[in-house]
Design a protein around this ligand. Structure first.
Ligand SMILES: Nc1ncnc2c1ncn2[C@@H]1O[C@H](COP(=O)(O)OP(=O)(O)O)[C@@H](O)[C@H]1O
Ligand SMILES: Cc1ncsc1CCOP(=O)(O)O
Ligand SMILES: [Mg+2]
Length: 258
């Protein structure tokens, strides 16, 4: 959906969040025009998925004891035909790949949003990382396209260049905003935006819209503030202020075919 439709419909985003960044993620959903809800109790999953428009699963602080519930949640969302976004934080660390492998085997994920190192793991390509951060370099278009082909999910690869791919169509947003990488949780919040913009239909176009929204907020914030603390708050304000026509103009200018 576009930003105008999003603000009119107020999509409810169920975030199965990590315990590091839920406050920032909830605020990002709220300021853009959606409605966030966080939960971990399996007894709530049927009720909450029924009223949700998107389910966003972040494995950043997974626990073995909760893994069956995580899979159950996605299966409920699959049955209810709700869009599911997976944020596979630091999946390249072997212990962090455990929940991701289980989720990918036992349930269906519609979109995977991660940094280049995380997406490279799905593509089977080596890419240097340092914990939650991608630190190497590589052919990000090839990585995203291959990961999409291997998983059957739309890939939303974020970084200096964002890449969106379904394995056939690939789009890029090559806009450098280094301050965007300074706030822990920007990626998690971006995953929630991806869920929100895809809540009516899962497409490359809607995924690119979500990625463009965060980039544009970063561009505008970095014109006003130069340090990370203020920047994080300014990004929230810019996400709140961006209008439909401004977002679509940015997309026209910066979203290119790969
Ligand atoms: N060097 C960079 N230049 C511009 N934008 C960046 C850069 N690094 C990250 N971003 C942006 O920051 C947001 C979060 O992406 P990223 O940092 O890759 O996710 P994660 O926090 O999951 O590692 C995205 O909107 C992405 O475009
Ligand atoms: C620090 C940390 N540790 C586990 S999850 C997490 C947050 C990751 O946030 P993001 O992927 O948005 O940088
Ligand atoms: Mg991340």
């Amino acid at each position: 959906m576009n930003l105008l439709e999003l603000k009119a419909q107020t999509p409810l985003v169920f975030n199965y969040a990590n315990y590091v960044t839920p406050q920032f993620v909830a605020n990002v959903v709220n300021v853009v025009g959606g409605s966030p809800i966080m939960a971990r109790e399996i007894d709530e999953f049927n009720d909450l998925v029924a009223i949700s428009n998107a389910v966003v699963v972040n494995t950043g602080t997974w626990r073995r004891s909760e893994l069956p519930e995580t899979i159950k949640l996605i299966q409920i969302a699959n049955q209810a035909k709700k869009v599911v976004v997976l944020d596979p934080v630091a999946v390249g660390i072997p212990s962090r790949s455990v929940p991701v492998k289980a989720v990918m085997t036992e349930s269906q994920v519609n979109v995977i949003r991660g940094n280049a190192a995380e997406i490279a793991w799905f593509a089977g390509i080596d890419f240097t990382s340092h914990g939650i951060d991608a630190t190497g370099s590589g052919d990000v278009q090839k990585i995203a396209s291959l990961a999409a082909q291997k998983t059957g999910a739309i890939i939303a690869l974020s970084g200096q260049t964002d890449v969106i791919s379904d394995g056939h169509t690939t789009q890029i947003i090559a806009v450098d905003v280094p301050l965007l990488a300074t706030n822990v949780g920007t990626g998690d919040a971006l995953s929630a935006l991806v869920g929100m913009f895809n809540s009516d239909a899962v497409t490359v176009e809607n995924t690119a819209r979500a990625m463009a929204m965060m980039k544009l907020a970063g561009v505008r914030a970095s014109q006003k503030v130069k340090t990370p603390g203020y920047f994080a708050n300014q990004v929230l304000d810019e996400l709140y202020l961006i209008k439909q026509d401004e977002l679509e103009a940015f997309i026209q200018l910066e979203v290119k075919n790969g």
